[in-house]
Design a protein around this ligand. Sequence first.
Ligand SMILES: Cc1cc2nc3c(=O)[nH]c(=O)nc-3n(C[C@H](O)[C@H](O)[C@H](O)COP(=O)(O)OP(=O)(O)OC[C@H]3O[C@@H](n4cnc5c(N)ncnc54)[C@H](O)[C@@H]3O)c2cc1C
Ligand code: SF4
Length: 551
Amino acid sequence: MAEEYDVCVIGTGAGGGVMIDQLTAAGFRVVALERGGRVGPLDFDDDELKNVIRDQVFSPHQLETYRFDAESDSITGRFSHLAHCVGGTMTHWAAWSWRFRPDDFEVLSKEGPLAGANLADWPISYDELEPFYTKAEQDFGVAGDHTMNPFGAPQKTPLPNPRHPERVSAKKFAAGAKKLGYHPFPVPKAINSRPYGGRPRCMYGGACRAYGCPIHAKATTLSVSLPRAERTKKLDLRIEAMVYELPVDDRGRVTGARYLDAKGNAHEVRARHTIVSAGAIGTPQLLLLSKSNRFPDGLANGSGQVGRNLTFHHHPSVVGVFDEDLRTYAGFESHAAFDDLHASDPKRGFIRGGVVGELNTFTHQPIAYSVVLAGDHRFGSSWGAGLKDRIRAFPRTLTLALIGEEMPMEENGVDLDPEVEDRFGLAVPRVTKRHHENDLAMYEWYEKKLMEVAEAAGAKHVAPGRNPEVHISKTQAQKGNAHNHGTARMGNDPSRSVLDRWCRSHEVPNLWVVDGSFMPTTGGYNPTLTILANAYRVADHFIREAKKGSI
Ligand SMILES: Cc1cc2nc3c(=O)[nH]c(=O)nc-3n(C[C@H](O)[C@H](O)[C@H](O)COP(=O)(O)OP(=O)(O)OC[C@H]3O[C@@H](n4cnc5c(N)ncnc54)[C@H](O)[C@@H]3O)c2cc1C
Ligand code: SF4
C-alpha cells in the first residue's frame, strides 16, 4: 500500500505555503500538491504583454465562468486575478501588508444586521490573532512604521524593517492628503528595505505588481516558506498536480487526495490530515467536485455554505495629471496611504470603509495605462491625438484608490459550471457576483473624496478612473479581483459556516481549509497578511493538538 503522509496540503500559496513550512519544521511528513508549475527568478522579467496583459507566466491554464446573478447568462474567460504556480498568487502580489483592526472581527455586533447582506462576526478576536500577525511580519520582513498611522490596529511589536524611501508621487499624494487634514504614512510592505532573511533589498524597478521579483526582495511563500520547508527533507512537493477529488472512507474521514498530472494521468496520495489551501476560488471548486454518497452536495457542505459569500474589495479610483514629472513608473505599487476615512460613519449613508492609497497599478505599465484606461473617455481617448496626449502624460499621472470593504451576500459565490469544462474535463468554477447597495454608496462617496485629494495635491486634470475593470453600479460588477475571500467561512454555528474557529471542517474531522476562503468579512485592507497570520495560528494549534494526540 502507498505511503501514508502525516499531512496532504493542496496549494502552495499564502495559506498553504505557511502550513507546509510550519508543519515540516515541526517534523510532520507533508505531501504538497500544486496544480501549477515551478516559476523562479529566471522567468521573472518585465515584459508587460507576457506577464500582465496575456498572463502567460503565472496561470496559463486558468478558466472560469462569470455571471451577474442567478438569472444572468454566464460568460467564459479568466476573470479572477490569480497565480497557479508554486507559491500561488503571492508570487506576483504587490505586498501591501496590513493588520485588520479589532472592529473588523465583529462587524455584525458593531453594525447590526444589514438587509441583503450576510454579515457575521469572526469566531476569533484581534487579540487572538495579534501574536501571529507579529510572526507573519517578522517572517515576511514587513517594512514600514506602524506609529505613523493613528487609525491602524494596536501593535505590540514594531515592524522588523524600516520604511522605504518616499517616491516623488508619494510626496505629492501626501502633500494633498495633509492639506485636507489627513495623516498620510508609508504603506507597510513585505518588501525588503534592507537585506533581511537572506534576501536582498528592493531595487525599485517598477515592474512589481503582477510581476515576480527577480531578486526575491519581495517576500512570498516561494521566497520565504517553501525553500525552508524543502531544506527539512520532510516535504514531497508534487507540481502540475491538479487535485480533482478528496475521497472519504466509510467513517466520513478524508483519506488524502486524487490528482491528475500534466498528461492527465490519475494518481492518489494518502494522508492522515488534508489541508485545502487552493484559494477562495479553487477551494470551493474542489470541495464541490468531491461528491460522495455521504456528502452528495460536496465535501463538508452540509450547511450549503461552501462557495457562498464570495467577497472582493471594490476600488473607486481617481486619475490626476500633473505638470511636473512624477516618475510613477518607478518603484513598487503604492508607497503612501491614509486611513482617516476608514471607520464607519452612519452620516455617510453606508457602513464600513477602507484605506486610501496612492498607487501606480496602471501608471507603471504603459500598455495597461493606454489600453485599459483608454476605455474611459473622461480621460483622453483610445485613439488618435487624444491617445497620444494620454501617453505623453504617462510619467505625470498619479492614481489614487480605495481598498473598499464589500458586504458579503449569500448569493454571491463560486459553484461548478454545469456546461464549461477545463482541459481535463473538470467543471470549471462559476463565479456569481453583484454588489450590495452599501458597496455602491461607498464607491460614490469615496470617489468624490479621492477627487478632492488629487486636486489638493495640485493635479491639473482630475478624472474618476471608471474603466470597466473596476467600476461598479446597479447593473455592473467587477467580474474578478485580486482579493478573494469568504467561500468557506469560519464560524461557531455549523449550520451557517463551513469551518470552526480553527479552520477545521465542522463535519469532517481531518479536513482543514487554510487560505483566503475562511474570512467571514473582509475589512478595508488588502487581505494577505491576515491570511498568513491565520495560517500561523492554525499551524500552531494543529502542532500542539497533534502532539497531545487529540486530533
Ligand atoms: C496582482 C496581484 C497583486 C496583489 N497584491 C496584494 C497586496 O499587495 N496585498 C495583499 O494583501 N494581497 C495582494 N494580492 C492578493 C494575494 O495574492 C492573495 O490574497 C493571496 O495570495 C491568497 O492566498 P490563498 O492562500 O488564499 O490563495 P493562493 O495564493 O491563490 O493559493 C492557492 C494555490 O492553490 C493552487 N490550487 C488551486 N486549485 C488547485 C487544485 N485543484 N489542485 C492543486 N492546486 C490547486 C493554486 O495553483 C495556488 O498555488 C494580490 C493579488 C494579485 C493577483
Ligand atoms: S520593485 Fe523591488 S520588490 Fe518589486 S520586483 Fe523590483 S526589486 Fe522586487
